[in-house]
Design a protein around this ligand. Structure first.
Ligand SMILES: [Zn+2]
Length: 138
């Protein structure tokens, strides 16, 4: 099972994404009002493993993703979808609606002066998000 984590450590970020993550993380340390939230259709185990490989290991306020963990016997992986049931969103997979998840985070932890959202592999826009005026997607 540890082989999976070793392989995850070999994954690479898109050019510039690692520096962006480290800069935002440092800003969260300098100013507690700044939050870094990773929103991914992947899973939290691989994401946190990958973030730990950065020159400055990044600890986000929250990773919004499906949950993956080792079984107690550590002989298999357990996958738990972020949403336990279908969300009804026509744009997202039924296991994670990014718009609903981000809106819930903002509602529970905001308000925020500015919200920046960027994505990888063409996922830079959340199609169903009720866009607050202070949201910048790039
Ligand atoms: Zn959705």
């Amino acid at each position: 099972m540890k082989q999976i984590l070793a392989r995850a450590q070999l994954l690479k970020f898109l050019d510039g994404m690692d520096q962006l993550l480290m800069k935002v993380f440092v800003s969260t340390i300098q100013n507690g009002n700044n939050h870094l939230v990773i929103l991914s259709g992947s899973n939290d185990l691989i994401i946190s493993t990958l973030l730990a490989t950065l020159k400055i290991p990044v600890l986000p306020n929250l990773i919004i993703a499906n949950h993956l963990h080792f079984s107690e016997e550590e002989n298999y992986l357990v996958f738990e979808p972020f949403h336990p049931g279908p969300t009804g969103c026509p744009f997202c997979p039924s296991i994670l609606c990014k718009g609903a998840a981000l809106e819930a985070y903002i509602r529970q932890n905001g308000p925020f002066d500015l919200i920046y959202y960027t994505g990888m592999l063409g996922a830079g826009v959340i199609p169903n998000l009720n866009k607050p005026q202070n949201l910048l997607q790039f």
